[in-house]
Design a protein around this ligand. Structure first.
Ligand code: GLC
Length: 540
């Protein structure tokens, strides 16, 4: 008997922005009741858990990652009661909800910062040391700047206080001071608040930067890990099963530290794998994936990778070499307007030239290679992006439900939508929408639903060991591997090239079942079509 497998190892996640999903009251902004009304769609897609982008009050200078009240709901999204209704309705459908927690910083509009910066504020004493203040901007000079396109320094001067404050992201997002035990407690109280509100898990935003120490790059410091372990201990004691999934955008050997000895985060996203899936596809060569998986350490018991293709941010190229970054930019973002910071601000379908074979192949790798997959809303119908919008907003446009005005997203006049819909000739909502794809058995949506459904019938795809296999002399053209768990195995072949590739099915068995089609396949020669893939269950 094996130990009970934690739910998140078998789960499929979807990331979505409440604002972008469904507007229930005609104000042009998606909201919690709107999202609640679309839970059946998410259930039918086959996901198990929904990661909500920030839902807390915020001036939205960083789309909600600049929080002005950690224990409330952004008014346009609804109320705490709406959140509780969402939780109940989700739980009735056996869907879990993951809430975003942003421990590193607040908005400069947060009352804590307002009190901290103003010596005449009645609560100044209480909040004076809540942030990282300094008389000089010459400290911690080894820390890199993350939002390179907008920020010139990690310090900003505050006139009221007459000092500089530290910020790793926008200057409207002052970093909290984790050397202050009261700050640590305040963040644990935030965690408790959302667990009490029913959250099944928390996504911990940008954890590497919690502490600063001179002479270091101020990332992944031992003090940061200590605090995260404290958070985990609290969660384990308070509500065991609550998932902590962290966004440490780091190299595998650094990320693995965020799992601790199984006593820190349950899950971490595998950031370095993501761009290498795109690289392998464009090169028709699996080597980039091989290299990064070879550098990926085994995880402690109970831990899991989060894998993804795209998310609400740019396709980040921080975890590649300079040369690889240039190559990725030239290949996937030839127009400079497609680039931002160290990344590419485009959605999956446009990155794949709207070629459904490539989109599906990427999903085949996402769903079978390593970890628990995270989808990004809209990619399942092949939504496009709008690079004319500022920052990363081009990949955060309203969900395209149908071909009616405003794509069935909102009843508001079009000029009241929080951002324009995609309405270009290729990806516009009259062509790309849920209703049209639900009606077409061969649509991207229905094929992705099918891949998800099959993955869920085979939990070994979430839990199993991974081993590369050879398919032909041209092995590098095919990402072929085997997943093994408790004596069972599945062999997966993904043709990364736009030409058929012939070889022989790796490993022997009397026969195999192609679990995507039910076809029986005999060992021996086999030809994979251009960008084709096959998931094989040996019949032994
Ligand atoms: C994370 C979020 C990103 C945000 C940043 C600062 O990287 O994913 O959207 O801008 O943190 O909070």
């Amino acid at each position: 008997m094996t130990e009970k497998t934690p739910w998140y190892k078998d789960a499929i996640f979807i990331e979505l922005n409440t604002r972008a999903f469904k507007d229930s009251n005609g104000d042009g902004w998606g909201d919690l009741p709107g999202l609640t009304s679309k839970l059946d769609y998410l259930k039918a897609l086959g996901v198990d858990a929904i990661w909500l982008l920030p839902i807390m009050p915020s001036p939205l200078r960083d789309d909600g990652y600049d929080v002005s009240d950690f224990c409330n709901i952004f008014p346009a999204y609804g109320t705490m009661d709406d959140f509780k209704t969402l939780m109940n309705e989700a739980h009735q459908r056996e869907l879990k909800i993951i809430v975003e927690i942003i421990p590193n910083h607040t908005s400069d509009q947060h009352p804590w910062f307002q009190a901290s910066r103003d010596p005449n504020h009645p609560e100044h004493e209480k909040y004076r040391d809540f942030y990282v203040w300094s008389d000089t901007d010459k400290k911690y000079e080894d820390a890199r700047i993350i939002f390179l396109d907008t920020e010139k320094s990690n310090w900003a001067f505050d006139e009221k206080r007459g000092q500089y404050f530290w910020h790793r992201f926008f200057s409207s997002q002052p970093d909290l001071n984790y050397d202050n035990p009261v700050v640590q407690q305040a963040m644990l109280d935030t965690v408790k608040f959302w667990i009490d509100a029913g959250a099944d898990g928390l996504r911990i935003d940008a954890p590497p930067y919690l502490f600063e120490r001179e002479g270091t790059n101020c990332e992944n410091l031992p003090e940061t890990h200590q605090f995260l372990k404290r958070m985990r201990k609290f969660v384990d004691e308070y509500k065991p099963d609550t998932l902590l999934v962290s966004e440490a955008n780091q190299w595998p050997e650094d990320v693995v530290e965020y799992f601790g000895d199984g006593d820190e985060m349950h899950m971490n996203f595998h950031f370095p794998l993501m761009p290498r899936l795109f690289m392998a596809l464009a090169k028709g060569d699996r080597s980039p994936i091989e290299e990064i998986l070879a550098r990926t350490p085994a995880l402690p018991e109970g831990c899991q990778w989060g894998s993804f293709l795209r998310c609400h941010d740019e396709l980040t190229l921080e975890m590649v070499t300079e040369e690889e970054r240039q190559w990725m930019w030239e290949t996937y973002a030839p127009n400079k307007a497609m680039r931002i910071n160290l990344g590419i601000r485009r959605r999956l379908a446009p990155l794949m030239d709207n070629d459904s074979r490539k989109i599906l192949l990427m999903h085949s790798m996402l769903l079978t290679m390593i970890g628990s997959p995270f989808l990004y809303y809209g990619d399942e119908i092949g939504m496009g992006d709008n690079i004319a919008l500022l920052d990363r907003n081009g990949v955060r446009t309203p969900m395209q439900w149908d071909s009616s005005p405003n794509a069935g997203f909102s009843e508001a006049p079009a000029d009241k939508l929080y951002t324009p819909l995609i309405d270009d000739p290729v990806y516009g909502y009259t062509r790309v929408n849920v209703v049209a794809q639900e009606a077409d058995p061969a649509s991207l949506l229905n094929r992705i639903r099918h891949l998800i459904a099959v993955r869920k019938q085979h939990p070994l795809l979430g839990r199993g060991d991974f081993e590369w296999k050879s398919f032909s002399f041209e092995t590098k053209a095919v990402a072929s591997y085997q997943r093994t768990y408790e004596g069972k195995r599945i062999v997966v072949l993904n043709n990364l090239r736009d030409t058929p590739v012939s070889g022989w099915i790796p490993e022997t068995a009397d026969k195999f079942v192609d679990i995507l089609t039910g076809n029986v396949i005999h060992p021996g020669d086999y030809t994979l079509p251009s960008y084709g893939f096959i998931w094989l269950l040996p019949v032994e």
